[in-house]
Design a protein. Structure first.
Lengths: 345, 345
């Protein structure tokens, strides 16, 4: 299968995306892969597979590689004697801003390039944790009670300690802190507000059971990964999650009852359907007293959560054969014709 | 002031956008205007001001005009001897799909082009009437009770007649019908589902008071238009609204109490703040028993609702001096460096 891996982006998770792409290069070695790098200035570069290593980017060597522009149906490499089109289906592997906020989705849809990844609406509802709450509420999926803070409301927090403080719009635990008592609050808020003008506060549930489940829809059916119980160090901080993005070996299945597994899948499906079609996403859940709560949605999980699937390449093939099409509206200038007629023009 | 008017789009409201642009050409004659047309295939064209008439588009004459590409900071016209950049602030005047669904916003933000219009998130919440309900609920603004239908639930409607049936994602009354009894339902649903796979049903309030209010934020303050009481023909159907888009003379202020005017403004502000910054929007409200209900949000109203403002050109100038910036995240490859070090590479 032909696939273009799009990675990088002007995002705090820029480096994570590079690590994800390098990991998938190995994991998808049976595919015919093209690598397109989006740098922090939003310039696209074609990266040879053999150059897919971290130093190509950290040392700026990518700047010597061919630039690409985006046009209807393809990324284009212009040469002296004509241009080459890269028109394979794109795997959107840009984590965080650009990739997960809906920008890349809008861009690819606008230029009619097929892609694996969340569409624009789905991105907006998963990227901003405030809107994820609205989505889960509307879909009948429980989530923890939360408070929203903007810069000027530092001192009105009603949630009892310990609390968790998160920027509304970042993934990979960037800017997230657990706050056990008031003396730690200022520092936590400073860290969170460094990354976003909106911050959410939730109760921090010590020792809560946490389960991750990935899945996607193909051939009108849901396909699920195994359920993972992530290792915890209070919560996965940035460095831990970062290393997590390079994982490629399968993890152990969580030891949970069939009943709980069904509950997790049912909640996943409520969130996914009529929203995330075209994407392979991971939902992270809490389980409290047997009740399932949505913690967050990762619409482009690190390395596509490949380690949670038994036959990952087959999953990507199925998904890429079930992508939604953006239908363009057409007009026949009927109204302008009728006005022109009425005016005698 | 320099301003690029971007209009057209692959939208059922393509023609409306052309009419809007032609109207604003007159209304903004004191500005230094550039016209960029997006055709139904998403190709951009530079249109000379003198060619801004309906037949340029309906007869396909625009195809002979210079093509533009979009790049960092500007629309670009490539010529034999170099290229010309059109880097003025853009007024996004594409109604319906592309313009109001968030695609154009994402595109302009991605390429760092300043624009007047709703940002991507704001577009998603105003374009889809289902999500507008979530937004108004979260912001404490009343809206009518509704039901959501997908293709297969024709017969489960619980709202008593008369009802109004609308595609979830279109503006300008396209596909909208008032249904007084069950015998009319099938036809109404067919019309609505022709345009969208999701339809919403609301009670139709005969003779309800309807008020339109436009506004925007500039210099950290809200600026409001007069309140208009639209003329009604049950509801404004497509042709009526269409003609409405070419309006340029001021309408009469609705005769309402100061108290109601304040209530309308307070509700508008709840919807606008922390969401629609950068846009001049129009909110359409119902008033029932003195209570204000949000009917819908027009994030790019026809002809920018110029007829509701006393000094429209001044409004656009103020707004264009208060546009939000999309801040790009930067990385310094710190994590990759630290990993490389740990690995001894």
């Amino acid at each position: 299968m032909k696939l273009t891996i799009l990675f990088g982006g002007a995002s705090f998770e820029h480096e994570i995306s590079i690590v994800s792409a390098i990991t998938l290069r190995e994991k998808l070695s049976s595919f015919n892969l093209t690598f397109v790098f989006c740098d922090q200035d939003h310039t696209f570069y074609l990266i040879e597979a053999s150059k897919m290593k971290a130093t190509t980017f950290s040392r700026g060597e990518y700047k010597k590689m061919p630039k690409l522009s985006i046009a209807n149906g393809a990324f284009i490499q212009k040469g002296l004697f004509g241009s080459t089109e890269y028109d394979a289906t794109v795997l959107n592997l840009i984590h965080g801003a650009d990739g997960e906020d809906g920008s890349i989705a809008a861009l690819l849809d606008f230029f009619s390039i097929k892609y694996i990844g969340p569409r624009m609406d789905a991105s907006v509802f998963s990227y901003d944790k405030r809107y994820t709450k609205w989505l889960s509420h509307a879909r009948g999926v429980k989530s923890l009670k939360h408070e929203e803070l903007s810069l000027k409301e530092h001192n009105n927090i009603k949630t009892p300690y310990p609390i968790i403080v998160k920027p509304s719009r970042l993934g990979s635990s960037i800017g997230v802190s657990v706050v056990k008592e008031e003396s730690e609050l200022d520092y936590a808020l400073d860290s969170a507000f460094e990354f976003d003008s909106s911050v959410i506060v939730e109760p921090f549930l010590q020792g809560v059971k946490e389960y991750n489940l990935a899945g996607f829809m193909a051939n009108k059916k849901m396909h699920f990964s195994i359920v993972e119980e992530p290792q915890k160090n209070e919560f996965l901080d940035f460095e831990k999650k970062y290393m997590d993005f390079s994982r490629s070996s399968q993890v152990l299945k969580a030891e949970i009852s069939k009943e709980l597994e069904s509950k997790l899948k049912a909640n996943f499906e409520k969130i996914y359907k009529n929203m995330f079609e075209g994407a392979l996403i991971r939902c992270d859940f809490f389980v409290v007293d047997g009740e399932v709560y949505l913690n967050e949605i990762n619409p482009i999980p690190g390395s596509m959560a490949n380690y949670l699937f038994e036959d990952f390449t087959n999953c990507l093939e199925m998904l890429s054969n079930s992508l939604p099409h953006a239908k363009r509206a057409r007009t026949n200038y009927e109204y302008i014709h009728s006005i022109s007629k009425a005016k005698g023009k």
